[in-house]
Design a protein around this ligand. Structure first.
Ligand code: BGC
Ligand code: CA
Length: 342
């Protein structure tokens, strides 16, 4: 009994101490670190994994997060921003539906002095200059394209059987993300150019725009397959979810293993890491979601508390870009282990 009383008394003192420090200026915000997030479409495989990481890292710092889903409509997203501001959020994290159309959001935030961290869908530089409380957290599109090209070139060198018809050229198809997204255009261009620079002769049979989406990619791939069938030796995809969709198309047709092309994605989402491990996907490029989430959290925290940032490095004072990493069957276990830690 006595021990219990002592503990109770101690707890009481500790809570009084906490309370008095909360009343003090610095921790005034301690209960009010509130970040409002709106994302372009929560059904996006990569963005939803990124947001899971973001929630976890905000949780570690006792930051409250509200996430809204704009389901592909810029109008809806603008309304969500207004609501989040009205609800008193201290920082906004915005994954733009239309990356060329942030002006209305910027105006609303500026009026109430709420800083914005854009993420994953990069506004054009001119828009970022509209106000100095605007930031961007993402990754280097060009680097992901180059790495995908390098991975494909290395595989083709090592594995002569990829050139199935032995004509010295690699017949390929490309699955592209949304038109107008920084990552579609640039990944496509750099993956192909890198392969060419590495001395691989390419012949593009076809391409399909599948808006980052697995089901759309399966449909596009089925159409390409019905036209080109076994001619296809390589499938390059702007992201993993579409590469998985392409694999689905082959699985549905029960194509023999010797007639399967090599599949390359980008992102390193959970399911594609498993696919690289079991060999259905040849390789992918890791889009560092943990790093991006951590940078968004640290930046939000710093904007709300005025505390200095330790790990965030800016480019042009406003942008943070995380490095990509190549994922192959040789190192995929490290990435899978990281997933399990979460
Ligand atoms: C990712 C895609 C994702 C897109 C959404 C890209 O960086 O690689 O998987 O669909 O962002 O904006
Ligand atoms: Ca060939």
């Amino acid at each position: 009994m006595r021990v219990k009383n002592v503990i109770a008394a101690m707890l009481f003192f500790v809570s009084i101490l906490c309370l008095s420090s909360c009343v003090g200026n610095e921790s005034d915000t301690a209960n009010e670190l509130y970040v409002g997030v709106t994302c372009y479409d929560l059904s996006d495989a990569f963005v939803s994994e990124l947001l899971e990481c973001f929630k976890a890292s905000c949780n570690d710092r006792e930051i409250t997060v509200t996430i809204r889903d704009a389901v592909g409509a810029q109008r809806t997203q603008n309304d969500q921003v207004q609501e989040l501001i009205d609800e008193g959020c201290n920082v906004l994290c915005v994954n733009l539906v239309d990356r060329t159309d942030p002006s209305e959001i910027i105006d609303m935030a500026r009026e109430r002095e709420v800083p914005i961290i854009f993420f994953n869908r990069e506004p054009v530089a001119e828009d970022l200059r509209q106000w100095d409380n605007l930031y961007y957290v993402g990754a280097y599109s060009r680097q992901s394209g180059v790495m995908q090209g390098e991975l494909a070139a290395e595989t083709i060198w090592k594995n002569k059987s990829i050139d199935r018809n032995k004509d010295g050229k690699i017949q390929y198809v490309m699955l592209e993300g949304e038109t107008g997204h920084q990552d579609s255009v640039i990944r496509t261009e750099y993956a192909v150019n890198t392969l060419k620079e590495k001395g691989i002769e390419l012949e593009r049979l076809s391409y399909g725009i599948a808006n980052w989406n697995r089901v759309q990619a399966q449909n596009r791939m089925s159409q390409m397959l019905s036209r080109h069938g076994e001619e296809i030796e390589l499938v390059l995809s702007n992201n993993d979810d579409m590469a998985l969709g392409a694999i689905d198309a082959y699985m549905e047709l029960d194509v023999e293993e010797t007639n399967l092309p090599a599949f390359f994605g980008i992102d390193g989402i959970s399911e594609s890491l498993e696919a690289v491990k079991d060999g259905t996907m040849t390789a992918t490029v890791y889009n560092n979601k943990e790093g991006q989430a951590e940078a968004m959290t640290e930046l939000s925290y710093s904007l709300m508390t005025g505390k200095e940032m330790k790990n965030v490095k800016f480019e042009n004072g406003q942008c943070v870009y995380m490095d990509y990493v190549k994922v192959t069957p040789d190192n995929v276990k490290e990435f899978l282990a990281r997933e399990k830690e979460q």
